[in-house]
Write a protein that binds this ligand. Sequence first.
Ligand code: ADP
Length: 187
Amino acid sequence: MFILILGAPGSGKGTQGKILAERLGLPKITTGDLLRAAMQAQTPLGTEAKKYYDAGKLVPDSVILGMIKDELARPEAKDGAILDGFPRTAAQAELVDKTLAERGQRLNHILLLDVTEEELVRRMRSRAQLEGRSDDTPEAIATRLQVYQRDTAPLIAHYAQRGIVHRVPGTGTVEQITEEIKRIIGR
Ligand code: ADP
């Protein structure tokens, strides 16, 4: 089963994705984590990505598409995965759809974590103090929210046509949100 967790920055994709992946015994593929690891290791890809990442902009598809392809091709993701942080653009969605279709698979569920913008900003600011992420500066936070609305939110309509989008209220305790997700996907 392939499940995509979609939501604005700060909506809790990583937290819920981790819980879901553990419960279902599926790998979680997180482009943000892959980029952070590449930046940390100062690989050429990481160095290229950092310019965009720190500004809160999307890392170009020319960099990300290959990464997505490699991750979906991993044996662990043969029968399913939790996708966290991608697809985030139309081109990425096209690649995921095509790659899975070639294997006779598809995205089964899209969980859309719904959180007000006010709460998103509050969470990212408090995370900035705890984790010190380089893209949790006020400027980068504002850019990330804008980029989400412009480039990623349109994917909701794309997938809604297939009837696989479930809106999950993203406020409440972590446990309440986990329960709601359990109810939606039936396991
Ligand atoms: P958040 O959802 O809070 O923004 P992520 O870790 O998912 O956190 O993403 C952080 C940053 O990593 C993004 O602002 C962007 O620069 C980069 N990034 C992550 N995933 C992608 C992707 N699929 N396409 C392009 N850039 C990405």
